[in-house]
Design a protein around this ligand. Structure first.
Ligand SMILES: C[S@@+](CC[C@H](N)C(=O)[O-])C[C@H]1O[C@@H](n2cnc3c(N)ncnc32)[C@H](O)[C@@H]1O
Length: 127
């Protein structure tokens, strides 16, 4: 799946909506088989790497504007979720946002994250 992501190849129907705004021609190349591949300028902005949330060897050394972790922690018990959320905090910029799934609720970790809107949490700033 990482390789699929790195290649950035999509069937035509998946990029169809991008044509109207001019993004498809700007950011995608049409392949001989009719599919579309994201241009290198776009692909080079993205790093794909394996990360097991319940292992402790995350090789992430910078802060992110946003973390999308949707419908993943549904598999974890509350204690594990709490531990993962705690480890997300230093990985988010001060104004960074955490996006989760519609059925996920992390009210029990309110010391780390406040609900900002539906499915969106912001970091708690401790003084
Ligand atoms: C229900 S899918 C959600 C996929 C996607 N985020 C979405 O919202 O459509 C759950 C995903 O959690 C991933 N997952 C499960 N346990 C994980 C773990 N310990 N670390 C990282 N990812 C995990 C699975 O590989 C799967 O891709």
């Amino acid at each position: 799946m990482l390789e699929v992501g790195r290649k950035g190849i999509y069937p035509a129907d998946k990029v169809a909506r991008l044509f109207k705004a001019g993004y498809a021609s700007k950011y995608f190349d049409k392949l001989p088989d009719g599919q579309f591949q994201a241009k290198a300028v776009l692909r080079n902005m993205i790093t794909f790497q394996r990360l097991n949330l319940i292992e402790h060897n995350w090789l992430l050394h910078k802060q992110f504007d946003a973390i999308f972790c949707r419908n993943v922690m549904i598999y974890f018990d509350r204690e594990t979720q709490f531990g993962v959320l705690k480890r997300f905090v230093p990985l988010l910029k001060p104004e960074g946002l955490l996006f989760v799934g519609h059925s996920e609720n992390f009210y029990f970790a309110s010391e780390y994250f406040h609900l900002r809107g539906k499915t969106v949490y912001e970091r708690v700033h401790k003084s």
